[in-house]
Design a protein around this ligand. Structure first.
Ligand SMILES: Cc1ncc(COP(=O)(O)O)c(C=O)c1O
Length: 478
């Protein structure tokens, strides 16, 4: 149908005229920009004389080299990037050796579940591997909607949306909702992805002392400036320390100060609460009292990607405006199917959550009675063993590998120097015997290192010079 009735012709003429005027304006603007460009080129011309900087000349690269040479000088090899020969859960295989494993987030032991694998295979057969482009362009696969409905119903909120990575989810959500006239206040231990989102948004940033709601209130009371929006960001379970957010106090503050509350449930979905729904279930709080529920699909749901759950309006905004959704490929159908099936297992087998709770608290109890320092951990998904010295933490990880246990150190600059640790991730698959064995080996190996006074203080002067150069370089470039 042409749509041109008696009045349609007039409207079409007006339309054509408007188009013509708009094009004329655009051309004029373009010509003006061109004139400016040629004037600038005749004045400066500096860039054209410049050779491209080589990556090997960058301070970032010097840092990488220094790290390599420092660890060679100190005689401790790099504990990261170990090669696994098969799927890693409660156990793994590295260089042909069967090991106990505490370095994978397979909290509910779904990564090798035949049920999840079969759902993933079906999705591959039906949709292929990739969503190929942004969902706006390439269109929807029903599995996206199923997963999003599943997530929304876990929280009992109106809607959810998925992104291709958990990291990206924080970056693009905060970047989309907040801007230069806004303020984000966050826990000092918040994940790097939230910090990246705040930076991208251009919003002002304040932090509050870890899990200290009184300090947050102090920040709120002393905020100076006429901010358009205020967002407070915290985590359900903190990834480095394994302690739980004081959600009731945050919700109370939200009701008095009127900020948006965003909770990152990366380590709490599938973990907290009697059926693993997360921190709101743990505290018996209405999920609608939190504005933005964020989480990843890479941990308890053994897939890859991230999500936001909340009101329909919030999700509509993100789907229309968040760059990481609009301009990035849709979540691969196979990953959506794997996450969706893992959620189905979470719903139908709460015994896995109970077993994870048992394992977390058992490990904590064993570790404490062996005299290990587990910091603030409350014994759910993450239990750190604090070692203090970065070098000692790295060596302890190597020693434990010799004993058949894979657990990784967290060292400066990921955390402040002096607070280095080994981080143990629990899974529902670990047995009591495995937990007891890991704790016994850790306590024994750590004691040996302490007796030898192994650590930064035990380096000879040449090694110390190497190491302090490394630390200075890292610190100044942070
Ligand atoms: C608290 C927290 N948020 C976000 C992320 C990013 O998630 P992903 O690794 O799935 O991209 C992580 C990663 O471990 C995390 O610990």
């Amino acid at each position: 149908m042409s749509g041109e009735g008696r009045d349609g012709g007039g409207a079409a003429k007006l339309n054509a005229q408007a188009k013509h005027e708009l094009l004329a304006k655009m051309r004029a603007a373009n010509e003006a920009a061109g004139r400016n460009r040629s004037e600038r080129a005749s004045v400066a011309g500096v860039l054209s004389a410049r050779a491209p900087t080589k990556f090997i000349d960058l301070p970032e690269y010097r840092r990488v080299e220094l790290q390599r040479s420092a660890s060679a000088a100190i005689g401790v090899s790099n504990p990261f990037f170990r090669h696994h020969d098969r799927a890693a859960g409660a156990t793994t295989e590295i260089n042909g050796r069967e090991l106990l494993n505490f370095a994978s987030y397979d909290y509910l032991d779904t990564n090798t579940s035949p049920q999840v694998a079969s759902a993933a295979r079906e999705a591959i057969e039906r949709y292929g591997l990739s969503a190929s482009a942004s969902r706006l362009v390439a269109g929807e696969r029903p599995i996206h909607a199923q997963l999003e409905a599943n997530l929304a119903s876990i929280y009992g909120v109106e809607a959810a949306v998925c992104f291709v990575s958990g990291y990206l989810t924080n970056v693009t959500t905060i970047g989309c909702l907040m801007g230069p006239r806004d303020l984000v206040i966050h826990d000092e231990f918040i994940h790097n992805s939230a910090l990246a989102g705040i930076k991208q948004s251009g919003a002002a940033r304040r932090l509050f002392r870890h899990n200290d709601v009184k300090d947050l209130e102090e920040v709120l009371r002393t905020v100076v400036g006429d901010f358009r929006r205020i967002l407070v960001v915290a985590e359900g379970i903190y990834s480095m320390d394994g302690d739980v957010v004081d959600l009731p106090a945050l919700v109370d503050l939200r009701s008095r100060y009127g900020f948006w509350l965003m909770i990152d449930e990366a380590h709490s979905l599938g973990v907290l609460g009697s059926t693993g729904k997360g921190s709101f279930e743990h505290f018996g709080i209405d999920a609608a009292d939190v504005d933005i529920w964020m989480g990843t699909l890479s941990k308890a749901t053994s897939s890859c990607g991230g999500y936001v759950a909340g009101s329909q309006a919030l999700i509509d905004i993100l789907k229309a405006e968040a760059g990481g959704f609009v301009y990035s490929v849709g979540l691969a159908p196979v990953l959506a199917a794997a996450a969706n099936e893992s959620l189905n297992i979470l719903r139908s087998e709460p015994s896995r959550v109970a077993k994870l709770h048992h394992n977390g608290s058992r490990f904590l109890e064993y570790a404490k009675s062996a005299g290990l320092n587990t910091g603030r951990s409350q014994g759910y998904s993450v239990v750190p063993v604090l070692v203090g010295d970065s070098l000692r933490a790295v060596q302890l990880s190597h020693d434990l590998l010799e004993d058949g246990i894979n657990v990784l150190p967290i060292i400066y600059p990921a955390i402040p120097e002096g607070t280095a640790r080994l981080r143990f991730f629990m899974t529902s698959r670990h047995t009591d015997d495995q937990l007891a064995l890991a704790v016994e080996a850790t306590a024994r190996r750590l004691k040996k290192l302490e007796t030898r006074n192994f650590g930064l203080a035990s380096l000879n002067i040449d090694q110390m010079m190497q190491f302090s150069a490394l630390m200075q370089d890292v610190a100044t470039s942070k």
